[in-house]
Write a protein of this length. Structure first.
Length: 391
């Protein structure tokens, strides 16, 4: 049991390090603008480059997940990411920064895909993924409380130094505590399912869920990359906007806990339909309001919608495809959307203003909703982690 907890802990650390963009993008993009003197479009392009290379690597790694040496691949990926962020901390040109972001993206795409595939093969993927998001939310509180003041005091390089440390910790944790094969009463049947599914196509419904998540991720990154800039442009002030970002981290403690508690009470397909609707409403408020209270409330809840919805969809994908390949696409599906989001948001802001983001978010949410609606026709078999656990 201690070994199993240690391996789960390593996967949680890898999730926090690999999904840092979910909490870091506002400060990340703003740091590139204020401390490295890039305009919104170039800053968005750098974030897009990091995410795009992560997507490419993840899309290549995920189909091969069952054939790769997990410990070596995941450890090497996060070690490479640390090197890329280290170069970014000292880059002085746009070309150098672009290359550093690309290297870091490749490393994260590799390491995180393998780590998410391992989470998908755990005894209870939904619960472990919820725990991973809870850890990310806790880290987000510390991140928003500590990193903006550190960047203000020591310069933009400090942001990437934090990323170097986080990626290094993930690499060490995975090297020391990579999970063994499944354990427990359901280990044998699950292992048989893994072997039977290797080399076959993904089950029906997997691609509908994956594409729907991609479009939710586009909205997630497009809006969240610029919430800090929107708040400052509305005249809310650094102190108030930073306080809102800290509240984002505090509120984000709730969705993984609620997702874990409601695992057996809510149908993942219904949760999926609610997610894009919530995003569209919140994005409209963030991009159009000129009052601080609605801005603060909508921004605080922004990441909540994505985390809660995606936790249920992760568990659904783990049930539809027991080999772990579908959930190994998690970095690709999230970061494909995130790669488009910052650049799209930057272009919209430069050419049409903040209000255009709200319109775009509503249209993108509609596409996501349509793909998720196709999941209503998919039969989802109940698995051991859906059932009440014996005491």
């Amino acid at each position: 049991m201690p070994a199993r907890r240690g391996s789960n802990g390593a996967l949680v650390v890898a999730h926090v390090a690999g999904m840092i963009d979910l909490v870091a993008l506002p400060v990340w993009v703003n740091t590139l603008i204020e401390h490295f003197q890039f305009d919104a479009q170039r800053a968005g392009a750098l974030a897009t480059a990091y995410l795009a290379f992560a997507v490419i690597c993840s899309a290549c790694i995920a189909p091969l997940f069952t054939r790769l040496p997990g410990r070596t691949t995941a450890t090497a990926g996060f070690a490479l990411a640390a090197c890329g962020f280290g170069v970014a901390a000292h880059a002085t040109t746009f070309a150098g920064m672009l290359g550093a972001h690309a290297v870091a993206g490749i490393g994260v795409g590799c390491g995180l895909s393998v780590a998410h595939g391992a989470i998908g093969r755990a005894a209870n993927p939904h619960r472990l993924f919820a725990l991973s998001h809870l850890a990310l939310a806790i880290f987000g509180v510390a991140y928003f409380a500590a990193v903006p003041p550190l960047v203000a005091a020591h310069g933009g390089a400090m942001l990437f130094t934090v990323f170097v440390g986080l990626s290094t910790v993930a690499a060490i944790a995975l090297a020391l505590a990579w999970p063994a094969r499944e354990q427990g009463a359901d280990a044998a049947p699950r292992a048989a399912q893994h072997r039977a599914g290797q080399g076959t196509r993904l089950e029906r419904g997997c691609w509908s869920a994956i594409i729907g998540i991609v479009f939710m991720a586009i909205n997630q990154a497009m809006v969240f990359s610029f919430v800090q800039r929107i708040g400052l442009a509305r005249g809310f002030g650094d102190a108030h906007v930073n306080a809102v970002l800290v509240s984002v981290g505090l509120v984000n403690l709730l969705p993984p806990v609620l997702a874990a508690l409601l695992q057996r009470r809510l149908d993942a397909r219904n949760v999926a339909l609610a997610g894009p609707v919530a995003q569209a409403i919140l994005a409209w408020i963030i991009s159009n309001t000129t009052s601080f209270a609605p801005y603060a409330l909508a921004t605080s809840l922004w990441v909540f919608a994505m985390i809660f919805t995606h936790t249920f969809l992760f568990g659904l994908l783990a049930k539809l495809d027991t080999t772990g390949r579908a959930v190994a696409y998690t970095p690709a599906m999230l970061m494909a959307g995130s790669a488009v989001g910052p650049l799209l948001g930057g272009v919209l802001i430069v050419h049409s203003g903040f209000g255009a983001i709200g319109v775009a978010a509503a249209l993108i949410g509609l596409v996501s909703f349509l793909f998720f609606s196709r999941l209503r026709a998919v039969d989802v078999a109940r698995t051991p982690f859906d059932l009440p656990q014996a005491r």
